[in-house]
Design a protein. Structure first.
Length: 161
């Protein structure tokens, strides 16, 4: 223990002797940040939360029955999967209807005169997502009922040949 005290004492005394001025250290001028014109933001009222998004709407209102003549044929369009997809199909007047961000499973029914085009397409919103999509088109009221069913991990469509 005595040896430790002797060494510490020598070091302290040596440090004092090496400091030639023997004066107290002087603090330097403080560093000043130059004025860049920035001012602190003012307190504002909080931004109100956005209302929940509206349900997906078609690009135009679909026609579920032809505007003229009988409608003996029923077409049921259906897309299953999980999440949301962009969907396109032909309505009773053969107009192409687009529905953006449709929540799955999705289904709609139209009545037609049998002269309308029948086609259903679906695409995932997220191109990186590769979950299973399944489309089904059921046509009844014709001589022979038709059921088309397709499955895919990406873009998909169902239509009679």
């Amino acid at each position: 223990m005595a040896l430790v005290l002797a060494v510490c004492g020598c070091l302290c005394a040596g440090g004092f002797l090496l400091d030639g001025s023997g004066s107290e250290p002087i603090a330097e001028e403080p560093w000043v940040v130059p004025d860049d014109g920035w001012t602190a933001p003012t307190t504002r009222a909080p931004i109100p939360e956005r209302a929940s998004p509206e349900p997906p709407t078609p690009s135009k209102q679909p026609v579920t029955r032809p505007t003229s003549g009988p409608a003996p044929v029923t077409v049921v369009y259906q897309v299953t999967g999980s999440g949301e997809a962009d969907i396109a199909y032909f309505d009773a007047e053969s107009d192409l209807i687009h529905i953006d961000s449709a929540k799955l499973p999705w289904r709609t029914t139209i009545r037609t005169n049998g002269q309308s085009r029948v086609r259903l397409e679906a695409d995932w919103l997220d191109v990186e997502y590769h979950g299973l999509l399944e489309c089904t088109v059921t046509v009844t009221g014709t001589d022979t009922p038709v059921v088309l069913k397709e499955r895919s991990y990406g873009s998909i469509w169902c239509a009679p040949e």
